[in-house]
Design a binder for this molecule. Sequence first.
Ligand code: MN
Length: 727
Amino acid sequence: MEMQSKIDFLIDRVKKQNPQANVKKIRAAYDCGAAAHEGQQRRNGEPYIIHPVAVAEIIVEMGLDTDSICAGLLHDCIEDTGFGYKEIENKFGTSVAELVDGVTRLGMLRYSKEQEQMEDLRKMFMAMAKDIRVILIKLADRLHNARTFKYLPERKQRDKALETMEIYAPIAHRLGMQRIKWELEDLSLKCLDPIGYKEIVEGLNAQSAQHGEFLDGIKETIGTKLDEAHIQNVISARVKHIYSIYRKMYAQHKTINEIYDICAVRVIVDTVADCYNVLGYIHDLYKPIPGRFKDYISTPKPNGYQSLHTTVIGRAGIPFEVQIRTAEMHKMAEYGVAAHWKYKQGLDKQGSEEAFAWIRQLLEAQQDTEAEDFIKNIKVDLFADEVFVFTPRGDVVNLPAGAIPIDLAYAIHSAVGNRMTGCKINNRIAPIDTPLKNGDIVEIMTSKETHGPSRNWVKIVRTTEARNKIKQWFKKECREENIVQGKEELDRELRVNLLYSGFYENGDIQKDVLDKFSFQSLEEMYASLGYGGITVTKVVNKVKDDVMRLRRKNDEKEAQPVIRKQGKSQSGVIVEGIENCMVKFARCCTPIPGDDIIGFITRGYGVSIHRRDCVNVHNNGTPEDKARWISCWWDEDLVAMAPTKEKFSTGLQISAKNRIGLIADVATLFSAARINVHELSARDMADGFAVVNAMIDVSDVTQLENIMSRLRGTKGVVDVARAVDGN
Ligand code: MN
């Protein structure tokens, strides 16, 4: 009787959520499940069917389809009762039967406690499920089991909790399902360290009045500000989940009373533009902690999570984290892949049966690049970075994704690789560079007659193991040939770079290059180039360095002996007359390559580099201080050779008419120009103006001027200037 009302309640909820759901089918699945589990009991003495119904409830909460709900109700049938695959298929169709079968098979995967195995297990788990729904149902199953861990015998509790912590919670994380991940972690922790868990719960209870008051105050302040700005908002405040506090305490060796950063505030708004606006307002209300701002909207986490994060200082110096995102992003954060799955159903009523077909469909149906990126990331995660293939004998071989049959051959044995002539994939002859897929059965064909591997294999194999073994073979087998080939390759590259005569006409340069790579002779270097022990690019770059240095020396001799620029500095700045000088860039004017610069010899820390037009250069007090200024130059090598590699931080100040979306437009410009932003904040000024301060990474003045002129073109912007701090 009581069960009947439970299933009625579940069906009501399904109807409300999705009027198109097939509730008749769900009820039939319940009836079947109840009949199949008739007479069985759970460890706590309850009728068994309570468990599948609870699992189905979690599946409904995730927003999955009718077939997944049915599979949830039937998920323990195949293993525990006489009601098998055929019966389920006849009654509920292939899709439900496949789901139940998939969940059952995942249940058979045995967890082992060896650390190195853990990642393989997670990946195997993902790879084994052919349909994403199987994983989601299995997660729901585990979540309900975790909620009832306490009925298990103690040892089993620990094993299951450990398995949940090591396998299931990370998978929930990868699929972006924060809510389930948190609950799994907290429930497992409760079993694994009951004392630690209790300590945190009690600590939090003791502080709950203060936390409540603190968070209410913040909600009030932010809410009022946003209402005034007419930004639709929903603010929630919470204390972080227990396991995350536990981890912090453990990592930082602190007690609960010493952990401050445990309060978090979430602001949910309508649009992406509002997210950035809210960020501006919050940085206006509270002082942000530098380096803690993270823009996961323009750069989502690999699991698709999107949000702006910042940590700010509240009353009494207590920091708290603020997360800002749209309602859509929030749903993704809570339910991850399941939220996407649900969205897909809106587009296409038919649940897909084929492996990952829905991912491809979504990819094709969506023109939106953001969604596309997300799916790509998920896909990478699902297929993992590894691939599992079988030898004809049934051994599983684990290779990195993208591996080809040659990799497999060398993974089996170098002799197999060296004698490889071809391969069969799933019993069909296939090219030896075919990327392998999960579950492929791969047979390597070999012959003793072969002349060994081909040189070009080095370039197409995926594993370092295969590459090294192939190189090894060439090293041993054909030194003469390697020398000829290596010399040919090097000479060609040297000519292309106009370094040929520079190299062969100067014994010093030759010796320097050989020394650098520890070769005894040119021949030895050629041989190494021939079998791929060292790359031509490496050698040519070194030659280029040497030749350039020599030319510069000669130029300097000829030029007037002005001032000797000395020393090479990793910072990219040469200080007059001082070699290997410690250098820092002044925070007041944040110079970047291309700026006219000057150095100040500090008392404690080397030379501080300023722009020549910095106020601090002009207002310099005592005559003694004046003597401390020293000439500096940008190291042209660094600036010319790697203009995009080295990044320099510099500040910008943008004055604009205040408007909704201002910060968002600025942030978008930066991200479109692939410029990294450390700090972005806005201050309201009088008369409806605002000043936006940004701290960004650029390679030089050209790039900076480029972005500044684009900023000037932004709606409402009246001035863009390099930030100069007068202090
Ligand atoms: Mn179960």
